[in-house]
Design a protein around this ligand. Sequence first.
Ligand code: ZN
Length: 233
Amino acid sequence: MLRDFIAKSNYIVFFGGAGVSTESGIPDFRSVDGLYNQQWKYPPEVMISHSFFESQTEEFFDFYGAKLLHLDAQPNKAHLALAALEKAGKLKAVITQNIDGLHQKAGSENVLELHGSVWRNYCLNCGVTYSVDVVANAAGVPLCECAGIIRPDIVLYEEMLDDDVMIKAIEHISRADMLIIGGTSLGVYPAAGLLQHFGGENLVLINKTATHMDKAADLIIRENIGDALGCFI
Ligand code: ZN
């Protein structure tokens, strides 16, 4: 049925969350796995908030380096299938809540990163950009030559999303004849608001657990997203 939907669609948009990358070995940093309970003083939502970054910068980077930087991770079947569908002219945009850059590693070109990317980094003082290696290899807080703090271009809790990215995401969702949502429980802002703009034919949900969009879906697939999409590579 997924194959039929894809065959008759010409403007597919994919909207994905943390579940897309778990098969690449990147755990959802929000998941309460007990690890951070032992190791960290605060929940993840606190440790990657703007105010925590400002007030406890060193601890922010400790957590960031340990839990959010996964530079050796490789794209999985889901990333590769989406890249293949884009090359085939079927898929027009990937909208992701992930910050790991794996869609681009897989070859996707039109990727809208709602929460930014760990691969882009810049000095808060002078604006010069830095490669992720500088941040990954820094002992403590990564500093620019001008002594400013280098921060990742990701959206922290308490921060606004990028307007341009949001506008483009809405445009693509509005134009889509098929929307595939995968690897997200849709609980994270701004997912729910964005998806209201979809007016196309087929809505497909690929998620292991139920979401509040299930009732609206034309097809629900309760599988690993890599298994569900792998046949399109
Ligand atoms: Zn600087």
